[in-house]
Design a protein around this ligand. Sequence first.
Ligand code: SAH
Length: 249
Amino acid sequence: MPATPAWPPRSAPRLFVEDELGEGREITIEGNQAHYLAKVMRVREGDTIVLCDNATGEWAARIGEVSKRHIAATISQQLRPKENVPDLWLCPALLKKDRYDTVLEKATELGIARIQPVITRRCVADKLNIDRATVLVTEAAEQCARTALPDLIQPVKLAEMLRDWPENRTLFFADEMGGKPAASAFSSAQGPAAILIGPEGGFDDAEREMLLDHPNVRPISLGPRILRAETAAMASVAIWMAAQGDWVN
Ligand code: SAH
């Protein structure tokens, strides 16, 4: 079954909008999105675009009047309902901006349900521009034709996250010091899951002890080499998606 329908063409611009969408509704696209459609994608009256609202799903829309800062669109038909996102969270320790951008974008493409940034002792960065991160995740979701956005949560300290950890969710701890091979760990654990990735400097002994003491935590290995955090994030999410996610149709 094709991931996205044959019509409109895959080249049709895709956007997440704030408005709730429905057949026959008229919406006005403004600001940067209007500029992108008018100046980059050069849409014209009568063109078809694809809109998502992260609530009802994906819709075809017909372009009406086009001006520099406003574009009118009429919602014509639903193309796909909002997808069920595989129940995997990624808990990546904050990294330097460019590398974290890669984590945010690739986790979105790979199908993650929630990104929970974590602050650990060796984090170089200690805050995240959540508005900028939201734009980046949204653009990645538009590019890879998701019909649902990942949840993006404010950063939390590791100890707090563990204290409040949901009891029905397994937390796979990517431990550079070793653990169960990721593929078999993921295959043998059903249900809601999360993957924790450390910062450039890894986890310190006290953090590792705290993690290994937690009832929901399972240490996993991503092989014999030391991966960059962003590589570890991408690789572990991909392995989980293949074992337990929606890459098995
Ligand atoms: N500088 C540290 C490594 C940090 S790598 C050192 O030299 O030990 C950043 C993060 O990626 C780690 O904290 C871990 O979560 C993950 N990671 C990297 N390689 C890994 C591996 N082989 N197995 C499991 N996790 C790994």
